[in-house]
Design a protein around this ligand. Structure first.
Ligand code: SF4
Length: 345
């Protein structure tokens, strides 16, 4: 494995040499929850990563305590980042998890630096910080405490119900700084969920998170992503999803159509071949120009979702909530999708 001279993500311009070979401890746990998963514990040298081209994004800095994600979404474009470690971007991404065990102490130190200006920090933008590993490693409480103690604004995007464990900390942080939480729910179809996001909590449970956060006085938006062409984009599917998002009390809904960047594309297409072979040609046509669906299609989905959101009483994301959302809100227009360093959580 290529552990030395590791960049957080060449695409994000992250610090190089985050940790060295000697710092890696590999573990497995023989519990049903973690069977088949290997954890690579590292002591990172840096935890605040600067996002290049941040002018197009609502944030400039990210914190990612993990790499790889057991949520195992077949479309996840963070898969590519596993190749930087010479790890497999398919099943390897789902089961070889890098854990930056010193993330909380490192963050606290970096936030205390005189050079740090207190910029907004986005989490969950590369891989899910509330994936199953977090149940064991418990890195997020220390990270949230550090951000709270420095009154540093932050946002979290997640599919993990584990975030509710940290509700008190989120509330404490929200008392002293700006906190934005977004949950990702692209569809509510249970069959689609089981095959395309096999390691995630169900959409219903994720909407339960939205409900609980809203009930606790912490507004929560929904990133409706990804809307999957030909599988999750029928009008009745969009309606059911937006209706459920509204019923959960989401403060905003932001749709985003599936995109297939290198790394994710190969894995998604092999899944499509196995599960929906009749759609392969249509996908090849739809994504013939690159990673993004045609703009007319993106516009159509966005318009449909916004109309439904208005019907069910969820306004389009306000400037304030867009700032809290660590994903496509960075776009100048909702359907002008530029490459980002963000996954579709
Ligand atoms: S899309 Fe998000 S939740 Fe799914 S595997 Fe990727 S990082 Fe994990």
């Amino acid at each position: 494995m290529r552990w030395d001279n590791l960049a957080e993500d060449p695409g994000t311009g992250g610090d190089s040499a985050l940790f060295g070979t000697s710092a890696v401890t590999t573990r497995t746990f023989d519990t049903p929850e973690f069977r088949g998963i290997t954890f690579h514990e590292v002591r990172a040298r840096s935890i605040l990563n600067r996002v290049p081209g941040a002018s197009r994004m609502p944030f400039e800095w990210t914190v990612n305590p993990y790499r790889g994600c057991t949520h195992a979404c077949v479309y996840c474009f963070a898969r590519r980042t596993h190749s930087y470690l010479d790890l497999d971007t398919g099943l390897g991404f789902d089961s070889q998890i890098v854990v930056k065990v010193n993330a909380p102490e490192l963050l606290r130190r970096q936030l205390a630096s005189r050079r740090w200006q207190g910029a907004h920090v986005a989490m969950g933008t590369n891989v899910d910080c509330y994936q199953r590993a977090e149940g064991r490693y418990r890195l997020m409480p220390g990270i949230l405490q550090a951000l709270r103690d420095h009154a540093n604004p932050f946002s979290v995007l997640t599919k993990g119900t584990l975030i509710l464990r940290d509700l008190d900390l989120l509330r404490q942080a929200a008392d002293v700084t700006e906190v934005g939480i977004s949950v990702s729910v692209g569809f509510t179809d249970p069959e689609l969920w089981r095959t395309v996001e096999p390691g995630t909590p169900s959409p219903e449970r994720r909407l339960g998170v939205v409900r609980a956060l809203t009930g606790a006085g912490i507004g929560c938006g929904v990133l409706m992503a990804p809307v999957i062409p030909f599988l999750g984009d029928r009008p009745e599917q969009l309606r059911a999803t937006v209706r459920a998002i509204a019923a959960a009390g989401a403060t905003s809904v932001t749709p985003l159509v599936l995109h297939l960047r290198p790394g994710a594309r190969e894995w998604f297409m092999s899944w499509l071949r196995a599960h929906h072979p009749h759609l392969v040609e249509r996908y090849e046509r739809m994504y013939a120009e690159g990673a993004y669906a045609p703009k007319w299609y993106q516009r159509r989905v966005t318009r449909q979702v916004h109309e439904l959101a208005a019907e069910y009483g969820i306004g389009p994301a306000s400037p304030r909530s867009r700032r809290a959302l660590p994903e496509p809100a960075a776009q100048e227009a909702p359907v002008t999708l530029e490459p980002t360093q963000l996954t579709l959580l």
